[in-house]
Every structure is written in structure tokens, then in C-alpha cells.
Design a protein around this ligand. Sequence first.
Ligand SMILES: *Cc1c(COP(=O)(O)O)cnc(C)c1O
Length: 403
Amino acid sequence: MQFIDLAAQQKRIVNDVTARMKKVLDHGAYIQGPEVKELEKELSAYVGTDHAVACSSGTDALLLALMAMGVGPGDAVFTTPFTFIATAEVVSLLGAVPVFVDVDPVTYNMSPEALETAISALASGDPAKHPLPAPCKPGKGDKVAWMGGACPVKPKAVIAVDLFGLPADYDAINAVAARHGLVVIEDGAQSFGGEYKGRKACSLAKVGCTSFFPAKPLGCYGDGGMVFTDDLNLTEIMRSIRVHGQGGHKYDNVRIGINGRLDTLQAAILLSKFLVFPDEVERRQAVAKRYAEGVAASGLYVVPTVPAGYRSVWAQYTLAVKKAGQRDQVLAHLKDQGIPTAIYYPKPLHRQDAFAHLGYKAGDFPVSDDVCDRVFSVPMHPYLEAGEQNKIIAALLSWKPAA
Ligand SMILES: *Cc1c(COP(=O)(O)O)cnc(C)c1O
């Protein structure tokens, strides 16, 4: 049994993929070929934004967005600690400071109330109100400066994450951000194809970023990503940054940029995969429904909740045990039955060594700290057959909590 079965999908699309790859080999425009523009056009129409910028990964999509907004040293960027490292990594890479905000215990997405509290704690330099990163806490020797009560980093942006494919609460998050003059980025690396109040994921904030890593809902056969926005000015800056800060011509450089392009071959593969994508989104809904119907009534696990007006694209189907100590037992039991599982994420970002310099500690974000000890994901992909899925459900139901 596969955790994510990419082979079943490939079997379905192999002829079209091969034909499109052959076409690229024939025209030879491996960099910025016509397929890249075509993909940008198709996917921005699907998502419902005016513009799209294809790029080399989901990480670079976030990087392009932050760079285009001028995020750098002295800036604070609010995001959650219950996400993949890339979300906050790009903030640090630019010399800005991630300010973590806890997640909602039901959706696992950024809590708008916690965001409001974090912003006001930062403004008043009060770590008693909300855990703040090291530059904002009183340290040895800076007592006097500290008494001024201001944190040396200024609120600049918010990166909300659509975890496991479920959009965050953008009406609330955008409203909090707007009140404080902050710009919002949607990390839709897992949510391309999801919906929020009739709008598509990746169109829900000023800028939406997604990833085409093979295991994401829309994946290519390598690395890839895309940025979506209605803002033409940001789009032009991101297009320039994508190619070394290019100006009017190839060897005219007007800003510091990166090599962040999407390969033409990957764009061709994505065009092919996009043909079956809407059908795959429906199949994912059916799989999720079978899990919920099979598992929820047992009371053994917390099953995912999709609030009214939301649609998850189910990048992962993530259950939680009721007590932290139970997860190892469940995973061992499922392994015995031949069921593959994964843990997204076993450790929240505020406890990662990479962010030790921020000075956060265990317990700073109690919801994230707690769910990291309880969640586990079971096989989820559009081609999971009912028979196979029934085996997974039976294995989940046959686990007995130790007395
Ligand atoms: C996968 C992922 C990324 C990074 O995407 P890559 O294409 O792997 O660089 C960023 N944020 C989240 C939430 C992700 O799941």
C-alpha cells in the first residue's frame, strides 16, 4: 500500500505527458518556454487572480513574494509554528524575524485572535501578553533600551498557512492585518484546489503561493511553484526577481534577485496533470468522506473538521489521538497491519534548532505543542480504492487504547 500513489495517476496520464514532453524536446525552449506562460494563464484563471508567476518551488514562491514586498532586516513577519519549515525559513533568510502565532485547535490554521494579541504584544513590547522572539525580549545589558517598551522589529507581514489543504480564515485574518497596516501572504502550498466562501485557495490574500512538489495536490515531476496575485506592480517585480533582478534586457539588472524559474518541462507536465486535476479534487472529497464515515463514530480519534463554507483539497488526511501517549501505539498497530502513516509535523517550528536563536520555549504555543504530539496522517490520494481504504479503516477501528 502506498501513502501517496503517484504511479496510479501516471498510468492515467502517461500518453499526454509523454506527448507534451516530446513537444518541449522538439522546440527546445527549456527555459521560459511557451508552456510556462500557458500554465500561468491556465492556473491564474482557475484560481481567479489576474496574474501568476511560475517559479522553481513553493519555497521560492514565498521568497519572491516577501522580496517583492521589500521584507528584510527590521521587519517582523507573523506566521504559525505548526507548518513546514519553509514558511518561516524564508523570513529568516531575508534577515526578518518570524513572530509565531498559535493555531486554532479545530482547524490547525492561524488563530485570528492570537494574531491580534501577538501584534499588540509586539507593539507594546510586552512578552507577558504573548510570547515574542528574542529581539523583543529584555536581555542582558539592554534594560534601559528595553524600558522604552518598543521591539526593534516592526510588524510588516502575515503568512497564513492553509494546513493539510484547508484554507485559513482569511476574512478574519485580512481584517486584523488591514487594521494594523500589514500585508497578508497565503501559503497555499498544500491547498491549491481548496475553497473558502466561494473563492479558490491561493486567491485569498494579497499574494497566494503554492508548490508543485510531487506529493502536493497538484504536483509535477520535480520541484516547482507559483505565486498568484491581482497586483500588477508586485507581479512585475516578482518576474524581475525570478531572473536575477532583470530589467529591460537580459544583462540589465535593476535589483538583487534569484534564479527562481520553473523548468519548461515541468510546466508541460503540469499542463497535462491539470487536465485531470478537477476530477482528482472530487475523488479526494470522496476518500475524505469515506474516512470520516468510517472512523468518526468510533470516538477513538479526532477527525478533521471542515467549517461551513470551506472546502479542503485534502493534501493530507490527518487524524489525532485523544491522548499524546497513544500515538506510538496506534502507529505500531497500523504498521503491523501494513498501513503506511506519516506525522506532519512532529515538532513545531518554535522548538526547532534552526530557530533556537529566537528564544522560544516549549509551551509558548500550547495548541501547536499539543497537536504535534497527537496528529498522524493516513494514506490519501485520488486513486485510493474503497477496498484498500476499508482495510485502513478496519485497522484504525481495531486499535484498542491501553487501559
Ligand atoms: C511544501 C510546502 C512548502 C514548500 O514547498 P516546496 O515546493 O517544497 O519548496 C511551503 N509551505 C508549506 C506549508 C508546504 O507544505
